[in-house]
Design a protein around this ligand. Structure first.
Ligand SMILES: Cc1ncc(COP(=O)(O)O)c(C=O)c1O
Length: 483
């Protein structure tokens, strides 16, 4: 073996740089929890960022600790108290340790032999979440790589269960469709198109004023689809929507699906975790009647990306999605073997993702998830009332979750000006980097959007954000920039 390979696998090298890395990350964590001058996002344009890394590469081999430090410093800081942007969780540190462990062990979970522990732990985690939903022993599922893939996989299961043709084996002669709120995450639309259903295959149900699916319209849309020869197989409920954090009326959708024998799928990527919070679990009432549910553990379950649970009320449904022989992996596709996850997941090789979530549960129990969800949803309400108390601010709607949408319109500007002002504010904040927030469009109006993901964010940071926005807005007219 070459010296290079020896060096790369040297245990003492690993020990030394591992200790240094953990020390560096622990200091970083401490800093993010303090009143730091560190920016939430050290903003560079994509071209600047790429140039910097090309220059780094041009310098050839170098010190890996310097690399780690630079990656850490130049990345967006999800653990920062002023990070309030997209729905990515600051992972609990123990889950990052579990990631390190599973990366080095690198067991898969397609087949039992290659991931005995990974498969068993994954099942324990999945069954724990099923019990929270109040599902019985026949429920089950698996973990997969993200909400997008999980929603697609659920809808493939729906197609298998509800379509009058066996599309998997014979292809489709029929026009198939699903129904979903116009406010749903774009990945549901994408899933329908991936399945070859085209425009007609995604029937968007209008949202009401509060941005909930207008469930009273479901019947009309179903009848219209039937009249056009379209076979609807599923209805997807959002729990909650991405832009505004609104929960659809899951009970109403469940009743509708039951009445028409349609598959009921809940996209609970962000808000399905409310099931752990005694205070907020009423928001997901009706989810227990779903055929399938998606929950992203990397959103509201303190676990690093990507870790997503795809759960089935009747686990048997999950075995019917894919029917392919893979003789070198397992001998009989028909056997329901929970321990050969590859029979049911889109992935073949898959990370040991259950270990990350289980490390959290083992250390702190489900109480930590309950506490986290409750705290962050409470904080959403606190932030909303802070906004309402200030002059010149508009709340898009009272928040149900930790997603809060609002805009600043101090002089009751007309819609065009209000839009330009808020786009300007968001761009200025991004370039300054002290805070990280995003923007969204609700009922065709542009709003600033925060998702309060960090358990260390308090009213102090929220107040500072509102003040900074007012200061930035005061520079608006003096700029000639056109956003
Ligand atoms: C409601 C909803 N569904 C699905 C997704 C996609 O999940 P992922 O980013 O894990 O693919 C998101 C992401 O924001 C979401 O909010």
């Amino acid at each position: 073996m070459s010296d290079l390979l020896h060096k790369a696998f040297d245990p003492e090298n690993f020990r030394q740089s591992g200790h240094q890395l953990i020390d560096m990350l622990a200091d970083y964590l401490r800093e993010t929890q303090s009143d730091t001058n560190l920016k939430a996002i050290p903003w560079k344009t994509p071209d600047e960022q790429l140039k910097a890394w090309k220059e780094d590469e041009a310098q050839g081999k170098g010190d890996v600790m310097a690399l780690f430090k630079r990656v850490m410093e130049d990345s967006i800081h999800i653990h920062h108290k002023k990070y309030m942007g997209h729905q990515v969780v600051p992972p609990a540190p123990v889950t990052a340790l579990a990631s390190l462990l599973s990366s080095l062990l690198n067991n898969g979970s397609a087949v039992y032999e290659m991931g005995a522990v990974a498969n068993a732990i994954e099942r324990v985690v999945v069954q724990r979440i099923c019990r929270e939903i109040d599902w019985q022993d026949e429920a089950g599922g698996f973990l997969t790589s993200g909400g997008t893939l999980a929603n697609l996989t659920a809808l493939l299961a729906a197609r298998r269960a509800k379509s009058s043709e066996d599309v998997w084996l014979k292809g489709s002669g029929k026009k198939l469709a699903l129904m979903v709120s116009e406010e749903a995450h774009y990945c549901v639309d994408r899933a329908a198109r991936v399945m070859g259903w085209g425009d007609e295959g995604i029937i968007k149900i209008p949202a009401d004023k509060r941005l909930r699916m207008h469930t009273e319209s479901l019947e009309d849309y179903l009848q219209q689809a039937k009249a056009q020869g379209i076979e609807v197989v599923a209805v997807v409920g959002s729990a909650c929507t991405t832009s505004s954090g609104t929960y659809d009326d899951l009970e109403a959708i469940a009743n509708f699906c039951q009445q028409h024998k349609l598959w009921f799928h809940v996209d609970g990527a962000h808000g399905g975790t409310a099931v752990f919070s005694p205070k907020y679990r009423h928001l997901v009432k009706g989810m227990e009647q779903a055929d399938s549910v998606v929950i992203d553990l990397h959103k509201m379950m303190l676990t690093p990306a990507l870790t997503t649970a795809l759960l089935f009320k009747n686990e048997a449904d999950s075995y019917r999605t894919f029917a392919q022989q893979a003789q070198y992996l397992w001998s009989d596709q028909e056997e329901h073997e929970w321990y050969n996850m590859g029979k049911r997941t889109m992935e073949c090789t898959k990370l040991m993702m259950g270990v990350k979530a289980y490390a959290l549960l083992k250390s702190y129990g489900t109480e930590i998830i309950s506490e986290y969800v409750t705290r962050q949803y409470d904080l959403g309400k606190t932030f909303a009332s802070m906004i309402e108390k200030r002059q010149g601010w508009e709340l898009a709607m009272p928040p149900a979750t930790n997603i809060v949408c609002f805009r600043y319109r101090p002089e009751k500007q007309d819609e065009t000006e209000a839009e330009q002002l808020n786009a300007y504010i968001r761009q200025q904040l991004l370039e300054e980097g002290e805070f990280y927030i995003v923007q969204t469009r609700l009922k065709n109006k542009l709003y600033l959007r925060t998702t309060l993901m960090n358990p260390f964010t308090t009213e102090k940071e929220l107040n500072a954000l509102l003040e900074r926005i007012e200061e930035v807005a005061a520079t608006w007219k003096s700029t000639t920039l056109n956003y």
